[in-house]
Design a binder for this molecule. Structure first.
Ligand code: ATP
Length: 347
């Protein structure tokens, strides 16, 4: 089911948690709402679910206005960060719950409920645990059951609020791969909230980056990572160096009188160049931007340099595969070649 969000906003106690946003989610996509704490991700997810009323705008499910429909009427499957399984029901009964609660005329026969629950428990690989109570499961297992329960109602869309947030790093990574596989098998339109860049980039077909109640960028993971639309997105999606300068004469001039690098020039004026540490290589001083090494560290097969550029207050971090070059020494003059970067207006 495709979802369209048109100018939807939410104000809490006079403060906008969500400024009017527009977003189109095509059917069958796995979409990440990514942003720092307080950026409005959960608010947007709850608005899509029908758990919160919108102050303005419309939400369309499959082209039909669903703005005033409840969670149940929208038929969304929802999974929260903290499991929220019924503690007194077995795994099997937890998954069967949604089916048993349907109005009588829609309620499947008991044999069909059992078959459906078995199928879902097989899918999430929890069939062997069907008689256990939630307290007898690990966090990752509980989340798998919660997902099976959300899928049981035959939802129009699955909404997951930091589904792996409470789990340790290793289990998170396993569950991510697993969710990707389940999504490929079932094809549910799925929207999940995360503040973890790696999780969003690895898992999603589409990443919606949020900041201060606004959508900063919305695109495929590769595109959002390679071509961040704003300084915020650049910085939020990975490590970044920021080098001050100006746009003039069709390029970016480092500092007041430094080298000029090619850049899609905007209006002349103060600008900042953003570059990731692994997009910089070390070259000879006459080939690259001149810099002085101030620190050399080795880190898990990488060589991390810090280098000062004339006229810049902050050193630039460079991340190299350690086998590539003889490690420069502290105090050495080197040249830096910037392979990929972006220039944004403003100091
Ligand atoms: P987190 O990652 O911390 O969950 P988030 O991006 O999901 O953050 P939201 O929970 O959507 O952010 O909150 C956005 C803003 O709205 C925050 O400033 C928050 O304090 C505020 N907010 C959210 N829910 C309420 C509420 N029920 N009443 C008042 N303010 C709220």
């Amino acid at each position: 089911m495709d979802i369209r969000i048109e100018g939807v906003s939410k104000i809490f106690e006079g403060t906008a948690a969500l400024h009017p946003v527009d977003l189109a989610i095509p059917s069958g996509q796995l979409v990440a709402l990514l942003g720092p704490s307080g950026s409005g991700k959960t608010t947007l997810l709850r608005l899509i679910a029908g758990l919160l009323p919108a102050d303005e705008g419309r939400i369309l499910f499959g082209g039909r206005d669903a703005t005033r429909l409840s969670l149940r009427e929208r038929r969304v499957g929802f999974v929260f960060q903290h499991y929220a399984l019924f503690p007194h029901l077995t795994v099997f009964e937890n998954v069967a719950f949604g089916l048993r609660c349907k109005p009588r005329r829609e309620r499947p026969k008991e044999a069909d409920i059992a078959a459906k629950v078995r199928e879902l428990l097989e899918l999430v690989q929890m069939i062997d645990y069907r008689e256990r109570l939630p307290a007898q499961l690990s966090g990752g297992q509980k989340q798998r059951v919660a997902l099976a329960r959300a899928m049981a109602i035959g939802p129009t869309v699955l909404l997951l609020d930091e589904p792996f947030g409470a789990l340790d790093a290793k289990v998170r990574v396993e569950l991510r791969r697993w969710l990707r596989r389940i999504h490929e098998e079932t094809g549910f339109t799925t929207v999940f909230v995360t503040h973890d860049q790696e999780e969003a980039l690895e898992l999603a077909d589409r990443v919606v980056v949020m900041n201060r109640g606004r959508i900063e960028q919305d695109g495929e993971p590769e595109q959002v990572y390679a071509e961040p639309a704003t300084p915020f997105v650049f910085d939020f999606l990975g490590r970044s160096n920021q080098i001050g300068g100006r746009v003039d004469g069709g390029g970016f001039r480092l500092g007041d009188d430094g080298a000029v690098l090619p850049a899609e020039a905007g209006a002349p004026g103060p600008a900042t160049l953003f570059v990731r540490p692994h997009d910089i290589s070390v070259v000879s001083t006459d080939e690259g931007v001149a810099a002085t090494v101030t620190e050399v560290r080795r880190l898990a097969g990488r060589l991390i340099l810090e280098a000062e550029l004339a006229g810049q207050s902050r050193p630039v971090e460079v991340d190299l595969p350690s086998g590539d070059v003889a490690a420069p020494r502290r105090g050495e003059r080197i040249g830096l070649a910037l392979r990929r970067y972006q220039v944004f207006p403003g100091a």
